[in-house]
Ligand binder design. Structure first.
Ligand SMILES: Nc1ncnc2c1ncn2[C@@H]1O[C@H](COP(=O)(O)OP(=O)(O)OP(=O)(O)O)[C@@H](O)[C@H]1O
Length: 218
């Protein structure tokens, strides 16, 4: 299924990748010389386990330097001011323990800080759909892995940042939450203000992907 191009909007963001290379020293490249313009809507980063999806997301998030090439988005660039770049991105490493010592509400406040277009009402409805209501006054360390992931997933979906990066978003989610996630992603596919890159080993056949990128891409 193909969505109409939200790139036609005058202020639509565009992530420009020029000869992007991703990999680790002494190992075969995971991504060799990728040049692309990613516009608003959904991009699927597909590939088997170990193909490099998480590593590419970390590079797009400005959390890991590329092995070569450049990235540009909304006046920011990499290599360049990495803090300016990160302000444009919503990214949470699924393996992070950074929020364990916080309460759920403090975690949400942290994730939505410096995000003026964050949609509070959307976050509330996602938190409801994800079954988070009974957990909002708990500490993050008290939540199951799936519930912890739902907290930042709801923040990611409600974010107003130009670039949202989701790593295996269905991992550890129950069936009802996966349905809510799919509905939220279907809405984002039509959002002209946001570029959403999803790394996943699943095909997601019902969503309107604007672009599918298969890894490894040498
Ligand atoms: N710090 C590192 N140093 C060297 N190699 C690494 C490092 N981190 C990851 N790798 C290797 O890079 C490759 C890609 O890993 P990555 O986690 O990006 O894959 P993935 O597609 O996200 O896998 P999965 O679907 O299992 O999460 C793997 O072979 C992994 O062992």
């Amino acid at each position: 299924m193909n969505a109409p191009s939200p790139l036609a909007e005058p202020d639509a963001p565009c992530l420009q990748l020029q000869d992007l290379r991703v990999g680790f020293d002494g190992e075969a490249p995971l991504l060799g010389r990728w040049s692309a313009r990613l516009g608003p809507g959904l991009t699927l980063l597909a590939g088997d386990t170990g193909s490099g999806k998480s590593t590419v997301l970390r590079v797009l998030a400005g959390e890991q330097p590329a092995a070569g090439g450049t990235l540009a988005l909304a006046g920011a660039a990499l290599p360049g001011d990495v803090n300016a770049w990160r302000r444009l991105c919503f990214w949470v490493d699924p393996a992070t323990r950074a929020f364990h010592e916080m309460g759920v509400r403090d975690c949400v406040a942290r994730l939505r800080a410096d995000d003026p277009a964050f949609d509070d009402a959307h976050w509330q409805s996602l938190a409801e759909a994800f079954g988070l209501a009974p957990h909002l006054d708990k500490g993050m360390h008290m939540l199951s892995t799936g519930s912890r992931r739902k907290v930042w997933l709801a923040c990611a979906l409600a974010s107003g940042r130009a670039l949202t990066l989701l790593d295996e978003p269905t991992a550890a989610l129950d069936a009802a939450s996966i349905r809510a996630l799919q509905a939220a992603l279907a809405a984002l596919a039509q959002d002209a203000r946001r570029i959403v890159v999803v790394a996943s080993g699943e095909p997601w056949p019902t969503l309107a992907w604007r672009q599918r990128v298969q890894l490894p891409m040498a």
